[in-house]
Design a protein around this ligand. Structure first.
Ligand code: ARG
Length: 579
């Protein structure tokens, strides 16, 4: 069943038709510039621009649009205000029907895209032999929200975790494992602390020339497929993956072992990728290195900027792997939209890689987008560190969030049993961290601040989770008194405000799909929850005056709770029923 389109979309279509009817088919597709308004539900502002274009007074244009508008089934008589704003108010009965359709639809009116382009969302991508730190939080959380939202919208989504599991640093790491006796039979191969392992290896590499030489030889052994070396590499990556998968489970992101296609995967594709670029005349030799010079990229002196595709020692690097990955993803996997959720500091890298892929013809039937994000900052405005100046381990951060939330849940929900309380603390603690990361415009940096992200008032997960749980508790009381939902009647102004917020859900999801900006959904949910609280203050639900009013308000409350829970779910955040 096709969902009922949301009222703003219907109104937009009717206004478009009115503009064409009034001014002729040349104006088909003119944007009626529909906006929310303080003076009405919506305002159509197209008359100003059209007036200029057609050389008439905007007010006259507005009058003609209204004359041709066929929408009396959905709006009251339009009112023209000021220079030519068309004020539009929905008929209450129409809003009531729209809400009932939304409530009856498990997708809340969000259409499922037909033949949606196969989409990859690449996210998280931590590096082997290093523990995940706060820097990986953003990619994991934003990428997961986007993967969930695109999936919900109906796109076939392939999640990819481009693990940093290849490169020269593995020579040093594996050589260190050999020193630790890993190559010997019967050795117990577990790593207590991945970071410590990496640091020990680095220290040895810096201070011990013998080790340095062995580490370099080890890189060659790895690249030429030496069996012992590969076996150790595999153990190291497997150990790291176990760590990552545990963190993903705790964080509640959908990444699993089979979403991993690390840099090493593209190893066998590198030579062919470079050969293809060469055959297409896209690379030149520069100081012994093979470089591509994508048009439009220059350094400070205006000289063309190279992307090194093969180093002078014959080795391949990060950029080569990314080129091979685009080629594989588009030409072999047949993906049509590639979404890379990676730190904004890599913007130039991706712009160059995409430009070369474009030239190579790999992006003809596909598009690639870098979904960039800023840095997590501490209260000092510098990149977030522990008090002793170390990078914050992601696991520690999540545990602290859960612990802080537990204190708060004990205080808020004293009648919950211990098990529920622990589950709620997890949902709130993790949810608060994720939401803080998602709620601001992703390209900006944000300050990590426990008090702010756990605040009960403001645009936070706990605020939304609490709003949801509170509605659920109202509904439980209603059910206990034998009151259920009934036909929706939009009467009081607060009911109208809530109705308009509820019907805007599908448009919001569409915006996130288009812009890949999850904060739009956060803003929407915050607005919805705030609007509900205004409604609840003015419109008694359990103590409504009439049976008809009560049933309608129960239905409104129930739909609000469901939309909040659905919205949070798209962000990867749980909505407990009680708090
Ligand atoms: N592993 C890299 C890092 O930690 C991120 C990989 C991003 N993805 C890519 N296709 N280059 O910096």
């Amino acid at each position: 069943m096709r969902p009922m389109p949301d009222p703003a979309t219907v109104l937009t279509e009717r206004l478009e038709a009115a503009i064409t009817a009034a001014f002729g088919p040349e104006l088909a597709g003119t944007d009626p510039v529909l906006r929310r308004s303080d003076h009405a539900d919506f305002q159509a502002n197209a008359a100003m621009a059209l007036g200029k274009r057609l050389g008439h007074k905007p007010r006259e244009i507005a009058e003609r649009i209204v004359e041709h508008l066929d929408a009396s089934d959905i709006v009251e008589e339009p009112v023209i205000a000021g220079p030519g704003f068309i004020n539009l108010v929905f008929r209450s009965s129409y809003l009531g029907h729209a809400l009932e359709a939304e409530a009856a639809d498990p997708r809340f009116g969000v259409p499922r895209v037909e033949n949606g382009e196969p989409t990859m969302v690449e996210y998280s991508a931590p590096n082997v032999a290093k523990e995940m730190h706060v820097g990986h939080l953003r990619s994991s959380v934003i990428g997961d929200a986007l993967a969930r939202t695109l999936t919900f919208a109906g796109y076939p989504v392939l999640r990819q975790n481009h693990l940093g599991d290849w490169g020269t640093q593995f020579g040093m790491l594996i050589e260190h494992l050999v020193d630790l006796g890993w190559a010997e039979p019967g050795h117990d191969h577990t790593i207590a602390d991945l970071n410590a392992l990496y640091q020990e290896a680095q220290t040895k590499f810096a201070g011990d020339d013998g080790f340095k030489t062995r580490a370099r030889d080890r890189v060659v052994a790895l690249q030429s497929g030496d069996a012992t070396t590969l076996a150790l590499w595999l153990e190291l990556t497997e150990e790291s993956k176990r760590h990552f998968v545990r963190v993903y489970a705790k964080l509640g992101v959908l990444l699993h072992g089979d979403d991993i296609r690390g840099e090493s995967f593209y190893n066998d594709e590198l030579a062919a990728t470079v050969a293809e670029l060469e055959a297409k005349g896209l690379i030149t030799m520069n100081d012994g290195a093979l470089c591509a010079f994508p048009p439009g990229f220059t350094n400070r002196d205006g000289e063309p900027l190279p992307l090194i595709v093969r180093k002078s020692d014959g080795g391949y690097g990060y950029a080569s792997t990314d080129l091979a990955a685009i080629r594989f993803r588009t030409q072999v996997l047949g993906l049509a939209r590639l979404v890379y959720v990676v730190d904004a500091r890599q913007s130039q890298h991706f712009a160059m890689v995409f430009a070369i892929a474009q030239q190579a013809g790999w992006l003809v039937d596909a598009r690639a987008e870098h979904v960039a994000f800023g840095t997590v900052l501490g209260s000092d405005g510098k990149p977030f560190k522990t008090r002793s100046g170390e990078t914050v381990k992601l696991v520690d951060l999540l545990d602290e969030g859960i612990e802080r939330a537990a204190a708060f849940v004990a205080d808020k929900g004293p009648d919950l049993d211990a098990e529920t309380r622990a589950a709620v603390a997890r949902a709130v603690g993790i949810g608060a961290i994720k939401y803080a990361d998602l709620a601001s415009d992703r390209v900006k940096d944000y300050v990590f601040d426990w008090d702010r992200l756990l605040a009960m008032d403001g645009n936070t997960a706990p605020y939304l989770q609490y709003a949801h749980a509170r509605i659920r508790s109202i509904l439980r009381r209603a059910a206990a008194d034998g009151f259920g939902p009934g036909p929706i009647h939009v009467e009081a102004p607060q009911e109208r405000a809530l109705a308009l917020a509820l019907v805007a859900f599908s448009e919001t999801v569409a915006q996130v799909v288009e812009t890949l900006q999850p904060h739009r959904l956060c803003t929407y949910l915050f607005d919805l929850a705030s609007t509900f609280s205004g409604f609840y203050e003015h419109c008694p639900v359990l103590r409504a005056d009439t049976e008809r009013e009560r049933a309608s308000r129960v239905a409104l409350a129930e739909l609000t709770a469901r939309v909040i829970a659905q919205g949070l779910d798209l962000l990867g955040i749980e909505a407990p029923d009680q708090m």
